[in-house]
Design a protein around this ligand. Sequence first.
Ligand code: GKR
Ligand code: MG
Length: 427
Amino acid sequence: MAGPKITHVSVTPVAVLDAPLLNASGVHEPYQLRSVIEIDTDAGLSGLAEAYGDDPTLANLRAAAPALVGVDVFDLNELNRRVALALGAVTPGSPTELVGRASRQKTVAQTYGAFEVACYDAQGKATDLRVCDLLGGAVRDSVPYSAYLFYRWAKHPEHAVPDDYPEDDWGAALDPDGIVTQARRMVDTYGFGSLKLKGGVFEPEAEVEAIAALRDAFPDLPLRLDPNANWSVATSLRVTPRLEGLLEYLEDPTEGNPGMAEVARKTTLPLATNMCVTSFEEIPEAAALDSVAVVLSDHHYWGGFRASQRLAGICDTFGWGLSMHSNTHLGISLAAMTQLAAATPNLTYACDTHSPWQREEIIEPGALRWSQGSLAVPEGPGLGVELDRDALARLHEQYLACGLRSRDDKTAMLRADPSWPTHRPRF
Ligand code: GKR
Ligand code: MG
């Protein structure tokens, strides 16, 4: 049986307002770049996806796009073959060091994954099924997410933004009180049932104090800390005794599987990662060294939905927990994450999301509904969301005007503070 065939692929970069969130690499710039992928088919159906929007990602998406014309949206093996062929000897790259090592396999997976999501959306529209139904069926009606707390400035530095730049009203969060206030607002607004603090920003002891303050303020909520590998092994071993009993997991305290394994051997804390296990190539080493207890999946760079399901199976085999990673995203990606999570039986932890920091949207309102920190699986076929074409046009204009073409948290930080230490691990 033949399904709809791709007749045209478009890739539209957009820029969305972002907050001055601090992390191990520096600070978020005033805009984050995303891209919107649309496939048209000979059946009149279309498919949507969202990917990173930096120049190298766009170049890969655009290199593969023309080669996809004629592919049946159900023939994902052919889709994969054509993407891999089109990318040839692609230079491995990643929009941020915060998602681990780049490799050719991962770069192809990242490109393929974007188109695969769009094909699943089209498959859903062709069959009147949700993506989660196509992925084996929903094992949950709604997907729990975790509050994503960041140290942050109140505003972007003046030199970084136009005079009329609309800052948000979250205010600064640079100490335990600021983090607890931020958490309170997120929990009150969304009902999140777990809290993750982005660490690797200040001295580890200061971040432990913030975790202790969160524990006092929210005695019943599971907590996570993610220093993004900005601690040495020695620092990690100094700090972990103070975190034991406070965290449900410690995410990427240190870099690489050997370092993580050394820390894992000497702490009772489960170690989680979206930095040392980020592609299938890295799994044998992690398994041999026993470096991680929880993997954060991400369909954007693991290679779409099917690869993420393969990862879930591997986690099950090794007895690893499974959570979900997030980078700044819009509603198409959030719908994709929710559909995948709904169809993943062994998703053992609430997923990450940057949603509370998002002030602009690309999809028509109403499809994504928060309740008690969870998102109901969208009802409509495919991903269950529709593109807001006016928003797409406006955010594309914003992309053209803002001048950013890659994510560079480090340079943004150095412009604000030329003495900021760039060595890693910093602590
Ligand atoms: O948005 O600054 C950020 C995060 O640090 C993000 O880029 C990371 O990839 O959320 C991510 C993580 O868990 O490492
Ligand atoms: Mg992380």
